[in-house]
Design a binder for this molecule. Structure first.
Ligand code: PLP
Length: 218
């Protein structure tokens, strides 16, 4: 199947209110353009330099999402145009994004990445670390970032019940955090969870945004 066919199949399987981010990391401009011409406008990349090159060479109406580990010395490559940073995993990173965003006079949308998987290798805040961060409240002084929700990745496993339990725990945590810290903040609305192999489970557990790569690009 072509990229366009794959994209259509994924879109057809998603409820209309769930946003699709086509994860184009490691894929060429030609492949990205195929998805673009088939209607995709939100693309996700995990390396800042790749994102910079693609942003410079591809159509300007693409929304670029950053989904990988972001080193503070790479923020400058993406800060002036990135649409949403899904992978904020420390207060220090949030502060650095804020500093760079101030320089380019932007307010940059970010998600806090939460560690829900069993694998130690995946990054993100624990629930408790995230609670402490939000209770301390210093994020509210960062005027050039806007926390728009949470992101998480489930364990890499065939056990669908395990995956569903992890996504459910993140949805419950999202609701808790929303009620405790973002009640009157409409921007706090995104729950980014679900990839090629588990996005159907994520959607059934309340995902608002899925990040699908291999299912589209092969
Ligand atoms: C690579 C990646 C994806 C997409 O993974 P697929 O399994 O190819 O759909 C989604 N989210 C993150 C954070 C990724 O690094």
């Amino acid at each position: 199947m072509s990229i366009a066919d794959n994209l259509k199949q994924v879109l057809d399987s998603l409820p209309a209110e769930v946003e699709l981010v086509a994860v184009s990391k490691y894929h060429t401009n030609e492949e990205i353009l195929e998805a673009y011409e088939a209607g995709a406008r939100a693309f996700g990349e995990s390396r800042a330099q790749d994102l910079k090159v693609k942003h410079e060479t591809l159509p300007k109406d693409i929304e670029w999402h950053f989904i990988g580990a972001l080193q503070t010395n790479k923020i400058k490559y993406i800060i002036s145009y990135v649409h949403l940073i899904h992978s904020v995993d420390s207060l220090r990173l949030l502060e650095e994004i804020n500093k760079h965003a101030a320089r380019v006079n932007r307010r940059v949308d970010c998600l806090l990445e939460i560690h829900i998987a069993r694998e130690a290798s995946k990054s993100g805040f624990t629930f408790d670390d995230c609670r402490s961060l939000l209770q301390a409240g210093s994020h509210r002084e960062l005027e050039h970032v806007r926390i728009c929700g949470l992101m998480g990745m489930a364990t890499f496993t065939d056990d669908e019940r395990q995956i569903a339990t992890e996504f459910e725990s993140l949805k419950n945590f999202f609701d808790e955090v929303k009620a405790a810290h973002f009640t009157n903040d409409e921007a706090f609305s995104q729950l980014s969870m679900g990839m090629s192999d588990d996005y159907h489970i994520a959607v059934s557990q309340g995902s608002t945004m899925v990040r699908v790569g291999s299912r589209i690009f092969g």
